[in-house]
Design a protein around this ligand. Structure first.
Ligand code: KG4
Ligand code: ZN
Length: 328
């Protein structure tokens, strides 16, 4: 079969990312403009600002991408874009750009579920094996997804409240650390000690998660200490939080493996950059390369190839965003 080159576009949150991916595996080029510097001191993403920055930067990302390769739109077989889940204004910028390109250059258009993209990020450095079990840990999601075969997805566990990355970001904000808090807490935890006695998150024998309890306990502890003017040691607090969170994640992962007996396991999404989780990587547990853990267009190109082979194309006149798009 002829090689398939897909132009992939990801704008679901605060990264304007575009990539050209060949056969779902080889990233020919990728350009990502991250808005993290803007949101670092604002405590999180401001959706309105994020969409305006996507609109301002998307064409620059596109021209930079094509100026870095010896290719033109003529060489592209299909355009793939994140349809959801994500922020509506951010998604709209990517979708409209993709539709315009598809119509102007008469290309096939593929709509992608961002979460499926996170899983297929694995194919950029490894090869997914089936039946497969994926633990998605990101800023917006925490879920177990079972793939009985290639390109088939079943959600088998999820968070009942906060996503794990969201809990990291909120606790970091509580400690007055910059956004995104996950990497900062992870870094500090390595130097700290577990002295703050936070409760372990829900460990109920199911594949569901709950992080609101540990988050509230963290708020209460910090507020009480501030009221009593007791000094809080951020690195120790980070360690106490990370130890409890990761301990339950590992227990649930072992339980899911017992229940589903997959041929291979993956840990994906922004929080898979976490040092404790990366220690789990080995022959049976794969984790994408660091640059493909957080939001990126290459992962959208990776899953889009499977949709291309499946002839799953959409009409540019019909495509709309779906902020709540879910794996079911
Ligand atoms: O997948 P992602 O880039 O965006 C979403 O789709 O949500 O994930 C971003 C999340 C943020 O909450 C960030 O704090 C978290 O991933 N994160 C980490 C680490 N690096 C990023 N959390 C814990 N430890 C890390 N090393
Ligand atoms: Zn993501």
């Amino acid at each position: 079969m002829k090689d398939v080159k897909i132009l992939a576009i990801e704008t679901s949150c605060d990264e304007t990312s575009m990539a050209i991916v060949e056969n779902g595996r080889d990233v020919i080029a990728q350009v990502t403009d991250t808005q993290i510097d803007t949101f670092k001191n604002l405590g999180g993403v401001v959706p309105e600002m994020a969409s305006r920055m996507h609109a301002k930067n998307i064409f620059l990302v596109y021209t930079e991408l094509f100026s870095s390769v010896e290719l033109t739109m003529e060489d592209i077989d299909a355009i793939a874009v994140t349809q959801g889940p994500g922020l509506i204004g951010s998604l709209l910028v990517g979708i409209n750009f993709a539709k315009t390109l598809a119509l102007e250059y008469n290309k096939k258009l593929i709509a992608i579920n961002h979460m499926e993209g996170h899983i297929y990020a694995c194919n950029l450095s490894d090869t997914l094996k089936f039946p497969h079990l994926s633990l998605i840990v990101s800023g917006g999601h925490t879920e177990f997804v079972y793939l009985p075969e290639n390109n088939k997805f079943q959600k088998v566990g999820m968070t009942l409240d906060d996503a794990i990355g969201e809990a990291y970001d909120k606790v970091a904000r509580l400690l007055k650390l910059p956004y995104p808090g996950g990497p900062v807490i992870d870094r500090l935890a390595a130097e700290g000690e577990d002295v703050y006695q936070l409760p372990e998150p829900m460990n109920d024998g199911s594949l569901n998660f709950s992080f609101s309890g540990i988050k509230s306990a963290a708020y209460n502890k910090v507020n009480t200490m501030r009221m009593k003017e007791v000094e809080i040691i951020p690195k120790d607090f980070a360690r106490s939080f990370q130890d409890k969170v990761m301990s339950v994640v590992k227990k649930k992962l072992n339980l899911a493996i017992e229940m589903y007996e997959p041929k291979q396991v993956s840990i994906v999404g922004g929080v898979s950059a976490n040092s404790e989780l990366r220690k789990l990587a080995g022959e049976d547990i794969i984790i994408p390369e660091l640059k493909y853990t957080t939001d990126n267009a290459a992962m959208i190109g990776a899953i889009a190839y499977e949709k291309y082979l499946d002839n799953s194309f959409v009409d540019p006149f019909e495509l709309d965003v779906n902020v709540n798009l879910e794996i079911i």
